[in-house]
Design a protein around this ligand. Structure first.
Ligand SMILES: [Cu+2]
Length: 132
């Protein structure tokens, strides 16, 4: 959740998130839902979807979004003291925009992995210098 003082103009209080779920429009998508701590409920009323998220179990939903847009939801289970701080935002985009977003994400994670492996290489190089 984005704190109120960090909201941009037009941002919705208590509903904006750091990372939106980006999905393509006019495409059948299956969402696999789970939890890592307690029981939550993944609900986006404007899309007509709601599914419980249980630790150690997988639950699934199918969704077909007919248009581009932004859809807001929240956890709808009383899951703990931070229950009111669990917004969900799904952004539906065209397939072309989705694919370019996917490429950007892949590049980002690939660069991140290279950065990590470079760090590991420098660590092992340092260790071999010490042991040699
Ligand atoms: Cu929750």
């Amino acid at each position: 959740m984005i704190p109120e003082e960090d909201l941009e103009d037009g941002g919705l209080r208590m509903l904006e998130v750091d990372n939106r779920v980006i999905l393509p429009e006019l495409t059948h998508v299956r969402l696999v839902i789970t939890a890592s701590d307690v029981i939550h409920s993944f609900a986006v009323p404007s899309l007509g979807i709601k599914a419980d998220a249980y630790p150690g179990r997988l639950n699934q939903l199918s969704v077909l979004i007919n248009r581009e847009g932004v859809f807001y939801g929240q956890c709808s289970e009383i899951c703990g003291v931070l229950h009111s701080s669990m917004p969900i935002v799904i952004e539906s985009v065209s397939l072309e925009k989705f694919l370019s977003w996917l490429d950007a994400q892949a590049s980002f994670f690939l660069l991140s992995r290279q950065h990590v492996s470079l760090k590991k290489d420098s660590i092992s190089t340092q260790n071999s210098e010490v042991t040699a």
